[in-house]
Design a protein around this ligand. Structure first.
Ligand code: AHM
Ligand code: MG
Length: 332
């Protein structure tokens, strides 16, 4: 790997000068990067700060909110709504669309985000992340409507995530490959450390919550059982398993060395449509994975082709190394 020293903003300026992205998208991504730095700063204090623990409240998904879920959401709102380029925002933590306050300038972009994904991991100091998806509207709307934001993943103009791990990283695609940036605390900036990431087509590493095996469809059980049979199975080789319970961390591992991640629709979550949310989890991750040469499916169709029906809609997710995803889907 080469070690380019461009900052995140220099990378965006280059893309803009090459005519790959609009100036307003550069402005918005600068705000997103600032939000991620602020969230990382809150997380790094851990139990020494006063941001740990659960709140009394639940979010729209009926899940108990952590203090940091709410803090991260507020940071995203605060940093991004002043960018002057947004028509509105959608968050895992807010039931309805967040309209840009009347006294602030608006623009044509829409950002949908999960401010703190994998937040059940916060209390045990395991990696969490932020995920975002960006669309561009043809014109600035008077008021952003649900119809404006229910867009297929193929229409995204940018998607990315920040991972708050041993280091803080920002991984971004504007539809021209995937680049990754590591936070350099000495200058307070993300600097490019990975250029044009590519996910290897083959892998022997599976990420799935195997405790749900009894709820899976038979075909998924067959795929996983056969893979875990190692040399005795039809795959003829040993597989390894990982489960971090943090989608950002799982996708990041896949970005770095390949793998497959599965959160299926199963008997227990079928009524809700799955576990992971389409618009701000599956869709942006599907965009990144495809941009890196991998594949991303709901189990029955390409994630980026799903026609959304609700802001907080859930879907099945099978993504990662292209040949392994094809293999899992063939069996499923
Ligand atoms: P969250 O957005 O409320 O954090 O939920 C999403 C997370 C994903 O990061 C992870 O893949 C999954 O939920 C873990 O689910 P489980 O608790 O079944 O292991
Ligand atoms: Mg999430």
């Amino acid at each position: 790997m080469s070690t380019p020293t461009k900052t995140f903003m220099q990378h965006l300026f280059q893309q803009r000068h090459a005519g790959l992205i609009e100036r307003d998208l550069t402005t918005l991504l600068h705000s997103v990067a600032t939000a991620c730095k602020a969230i990382a700063n809150h997380l790094k204090n851990g139990d020494l700060g006063d941001a740990m623990g659960a709140l009394e409240s639940e979010n729209v998904q009926g899940e108990t909110q952590k203090k940091l879920d709410v803090i991260a959401n507020d940071i995203f709102l605060e940093r991004c709504q002043y960018s002057g380029v947004l028509a509105g925002m959608v968050s895992e933590e807010m039931e309805d669309i967040h309209q840009i306050p009347k006294n602030l300038p608006k623009g044509r972009y829409v950002i949908l985000f999960d401010p703190l994904d994998g937040s059940s991991n916060i209390d045990v100091d395991v990696s969490v992340g932020s995920i975002f998806s960006i669309f561009e509207l043809p014109e600035v709307p008077e008021k952003l409507t649900i119809e404006d934001v229910l867009r297929k993943g193929v229409e995204q103009v940018a998607a990315g995530y920040a991972i708050y791990g041993p280091s803080t990283m920002l991984v971004l695609s504007t539809g021209h490959g995937v680049n990754a940036f590591t936070f350099d605390g000495s200058i307070g900036e993300f600097r490019q450390t990975h250029e044009d990431l590519k996910i290897p087509a083959d892998t022997s590493e599976i990420a799935i919550n195997a405790s749900r095996r009894r709820h899976w469809d038979e075909s998924l059980r067959n795929y996983v059982d056969d893979s875990f049979a190692g040399e005795a199975g039809t795959r003829g080789r040993d597989f390894n398993m990982r489960w971090i319970a943090s989608m950002v961390a799982e996708v990041h591992r896949i970005m770095m060395r390949g793998g497959i991640f599965i959160y299926p629709v199963d008997d227990k979550n079928r009524a809700e449509g799955g576990k992971l949310r389409l618009l701000y989890e599956a869709s942006p991750m599907g965009f990144l994975v495809e941009q890196a040469g991998g594949a991303a499916s709901t189990g029955t169709e390409r994630i980026l082709e799903v026609d959304p029906t609700g802001l907080h809609q859930r879907v099945g997710v099978v993504l990662g190394s292209a040949n392994e995803v094809a293999c899992a889907l063939k069996v499923s």
